[in-house]
Design a protein around this ligand. Structure first.
Ligand SMILES: [Mn+2]
Length: 335
């Protein structure tokens, strides 16, 4: 039986049709934006929707900062850098992030002054304050929602549209290895491959690492620590480590996936020490809620993958986070 991954929201198909109708009817400019520290799902969903809307003849423009490791995806000039003000009469589509969060949205300033705001997201913590919000925590990636929106728009699929959408599925499912990889995700990916998206092309590009990655890997592995009877693994990245490796902050995020492989651990936490604040990335194997820990630290995310920013120096932030982790391990019956 197919996965009913939109369970809990029987209105999803109607909402999707309504969003497609609003996009079809809009005559003015369309701006598309996503979140800070854009990842594969952010870039893929923005680019996929922009290409689909342009195929319909719509003046859609993506405002996005693309990280170096995804720079292979957009064509030259296809994506514009973040902008402070929108043209009058603009319809704004915000993907993969809460459209009302001025600290998390990047590309346009929030509030944006847009005529209409559409928000498509798979983070359950979304406050649903857009003119039209579709939030489906059961979807593995916002790209899965974009795929279904493009279907609703009736745009003929091409490899150009399918490729960024497939990339978002790949990155948000850890190459179809995480718990969120259900039958619906695989069927969605299968359709995108049939329309010409190449999984091997995507994986070949995503797997290439700059030299600086390996230098940083050495120091990140040296910072690894185990806590709470080895149920939790952590690592740290700070500016000095980046400087000596010749790496930038955008290379930091990937390392949470390096340490999460530690056998016997239930939770991995990467501390990114920016000096006056600390960002944490949390990954769970499923028995402990990464989302609950992130929310307790002022952030958000999913059960298996979440994050937060603590406006504290490193040692205080670390003590706070480890305290919240210990509480959650108790709540989830692991301690
Ligand atoms: Mn996502």
């Amino acid at each position: 039986m197919p996965d009913a991954d939109n369970y809990g929201n029987p209105d999803y198909p109607a909402q999707l049709a309504e969003m497609a109708r609003v996009l079809q009817l809009h005559r003015g400019p369309i701006a598309i934006a996503s979140h800070v520290d854009a990842d594969g799902d952010a870039v893929g969903s923005v680019l996929g929707l922009q290409r689909a809307l342009r195929a319909l003849g719509k003046p859609a423009q993506a405002f996005l900062r693309v990280p170096n490791y995804l720079a292979f995806l957009p064509e030259a000039g296809e994506v514009s850098p973040p902008r402070a003000q929108l043209e009058p009469g603009t319809l704004l589509v915000v993907l993969d992030v809460d459209s009302s969060d001025p600290l998390r949205v990047e590309g346009v300033a929030i509030p944006s002054g847009a005529e209409l705001v559409l928000n498509l997201d798979h983070h359950g913590t979304n406050s649903r304050r857009a003119d039209l919000s579709i939030v489906e925590p059961g979807k593995a990636a916002t790209c899965q929602l974009v795929k279904e929106l493009v279907d609703s728009l009736g745009v003929p699929w091409t490899a150009d549209i399918a490729t960024p959408v497939l990339l978002g599925l790949v990155t948000d499912t850890g190459s179809f290895r995480f718990m969120n990889t259900n039958g619906a995700v695989l069927r969605c990916a299968a359709e995108l491959v049939e329309w010409g998206a190449s999984l091997s092309w995507i994986n070949n590009h995503l797997s290439q690492q700059p030299k600086s990655h390996y230098a940083l890997l050495v120091s990140v592995l040296s910072s690894m620590e185990f806590h709470f009877s080895d149920l939790v693994v952590s690592a740290q990245i700070n500016q000095a480590m980046l400087d000596s490796a010749g790496a930038g902050w955008e290379e930091a995020e990937a390392f949470v996936n390096t340490i999460r492989s530690a056998q016997g651990t239930e939770l991995a936490v990467l501390f990114k020490d920016y000096g006056d604040n600390v960002k944490i990335s949390l990954r769970s194997r499923g028995r402990v809620s990464a989302q609950a820990i992130a929310v307790a630290c002022g952030g958000g995310g999913h059960h298996a993958a979440a994050g937060a920013t603590l406006n504290l120096p490193y040692l205080e932030a670390r003590a706070t986070v480890l305290g919240k982790i210990e509480e959650q391990l108790q709540i989830d019956g692991l301690r």
